[in-house]
Design a protein around this ligand. Structure first.
Ligand SMILES: [Zn+2]
Ligand SMILES: [Zn+2]
Length: 251
């Protein structure tokens, strides 16, 4: 499983882009995890064969996680895409995605040369999509947000992507034993009721025996102010990553 960090920032981070990751599985399936405002520009700059995208996961309906979809659709259309693109997310994802497209580019849904398909998943079930197991847990966020676990049976690798929100018991159960968790860490310690922190992300990784933990979606002012402290925390704990846009790892 190959991981390419497209962006690692929160909504207002103009240096690191909105949080998004491109996953390429053992059989070559490509999944983009979240597609916020700034993601298409970075995705098309960083991804080789950017037309070869199979799935887009939308964790929740905050703009920094889904409002890049209209531009993604537009550019794939301009590049001549013909095969369907599948958007996976919670109930209501189809309406949100198509409404966003209509608002951004009125009438474009009918012009697209490829179809947009939708697959809805819920925390009650594990879905098999593209040869992977997709399991989710509801996190503690101001919007209904699903943390996603992807299991690749082919190379036996497992990834967790939090989207936004603090973890809870359901997340702890879901995340156990993952090779990599990409977790939002908005503050240094848990301060905001609907966000996690660097401290709680590391605790989660310790408790749940997660191989590596990538800290993303840091409050951009905190990231700047506490940069030295954060660097020390990351260096002190093996398996802790503070990725930047363009970083790649192989699991
Ligand atoms: Zn966010
Ligand atoms: Zn959010």
């Amino acid at each position: 499983m190959e991981i390419l960090f497209i962006g690692v920032g929160e909504a207002c981070d103009s240096s690191h882009g909105n949080n998004s990751t491109l996953v390429t599985t053992a059989n070559g399936t490509r999944i983009l995890l979240d597609c916020g405002f700034s993601v298409p520009h970075h995705y098309f700059r960083l991804a080789s064969d950017s037309l070869e995208l199979d799935y887009v996961w939308i964790s929740h309906f905050h703009g920094d996680h889904f409002l890049g979809l209209p531009l993604l659709f537009l550019r794939l259309w301009l590049m001549g895409r013909t095969r369907p693109l599948v958007i996976v997310g919670q109930k209501g994802v189809e309406r949100k995605a198509l409404d966003a497209l209509e608002l951004a580019y009125p009438g474009f849904e009918d012009k697209l040369t490829f179809s947009i398909e939708f697959q809805v998943i819920s925390p009650r079930e594990t879905a098999t999509i593209g040869g992977l197991q997709w399991s989710t847990a509801l996190t503690q966020h101001s919007q209904y947000n699903l943390g996603l676990r992807l299991d690749d049976g082919e190379d036996k690798k497992c990834l967790y992507y939090s989207g936004d929100g603090r973890s809870n018991n359901q997340v702890r159960e879901l995340i156990h034993g993952c090779d990599l968790a990409i977790h939002e860490s908005f503050d240094m310690v848990d301060t905001f009721p609907y966000h996690g922190s660097i401290t709680s992300s590391l605790q989660l990784a310790d408790e749940c025996e997660v191989g590596q933990i990538a800290l993303v979606h840091l409050d951009h002012t905190m990231r700047k102010k506490e940069s030295e402290r954060i660097k020390k925390i990351v260096q002190a704990r093996p398996g802790t990553l503070l990725p930047v846009s363009g970083d790649r790892i192989t699991l």
